[in-house]
Design a protein around this ligand. Structure first.
Ligand code: NAP
Length: 248
């Protein structure tokens, strides 16, 4: 299947890493549905693709990935409109950091709900269509926090470790249907998510990164696009770490 025949869904596509993934897939020629709570942001990404004359197109749609009814209606709408979903990138995610002793139940549950349960909801709904088509590429955005742990992120690290276990299981269940499932684990990437960190923390982390800089959203998108490509057909159940060497 060529890139121009592909229909991709990217959650959290309005900004940051999701935006870079949408633009990267549209650069290859795919039709990309940018699904986000922030519809204005998703519309701006679609406009950007158009203004830059990218070969593919970006279609903005509003979606709360934690809402099962909304997820099912969204997938149905995309299938009606584009007949298939060949690529699913589960990228939407949040942080609600705090040390364990001070972490509220709500802080833990919200992060698990947005970062992990949503990946289950989206994947379960979309994979039915991929199974019928006997083709699919699922890429889930995890994090090095889910591999190394990170003080202040018990909720986030647990959700991302969960994403990795989920991805490997999906890979095993769906491999025979020609559907791959892989995770990309970014390190420390320059987006709105990390902008809130104090400069002192950023400088400290940069010193631990062999590349000595934060990553760019496009660095992560490059890994996602490779795993989403038709050529990556014999790669499944893997975690591609994009972290400038942090987690070596
Ligand atoms: P970001 O800049 O905060 O963007 C996240 C996007 O997801 C936002 O547009 C946000 O919309 C959307 N979103 C949040 N909750 C949603 C929901 N329930 N339904 C639909 N969309 C929702 O984050 P990012 O840095 O690009 O991160 C993207 C992914 O990479 C996340 O999974 C994150 O955990 C992971 N990651 C990031 C880093 C990093 O250093 N930045 C490192 C490792 C992993 P609103 O603006 O409306 O909330």
């Amino acid at each position: 299947m060529s890139w121009t025949e592909q229909v991709a869904v990217v959650t959290g596509g309005a900004r940051g890493i999701g935006r870079a993934i949408c633009l990267g897939l549209a650069q290859q020629g795919a039709t990309v549905v940018a699904a986000d709570l922030n519809i204005e942001g998703a519309k701006a990404v679609a406009e950007e693709a158009k203004a830059n004359g990218l070969p593919g197109k970006i279609v903005p749609k509003s979606l709360n990935v934690t809402d099962r009814t909304a997820v099912e209606a969204f997938v149905e709408e995309v299938i009606q409109e584009f007949k298939k979903i060949s690529i699913l990138v589960n990228n939407a995610g949040i942080t609600r950091d705090g040390l364990l002793l001070n972490m509220e139940d709500e802080q833990f549950d919200t992060v698990i709900n947005v970062n992990l349960r949503s990946v289950f909801l989206m994947t379960r709904t979309v994979c039915r269509h991929m199974m019928q088509a006997r083709y699919g590429r699922i890429v889930n955005i995890a994090s090095v926090s889910g591999m190394m742990g990170n003080a202040g992120q018990a909720n986030y690290a647990a959700s991302k470790a969960g994403v990795i276990g989920f991805t490997k299981t999906v890979a095993k269940e769906l491999a025979r249907r020609n559907i791959t499932a892989n995770a990309v684990a970014p390190g420390f990437i320059d987006t709105e998510m990390t902008k809130v960190l104090p400069d002192k923390v950023k400088d400290m982390v940069k010193q631990l990164i062999p590349c000595q800089r934060m990553g760019e959203p496009a660095d992560v998108a490059a890994g996602v696009i490779f795993l989403a490509s038709p050529q990556a057909k014999y790669i499944t159940g893997q975690v591609l770490v994009v972290d400038g060497g942090l987690n070596m």
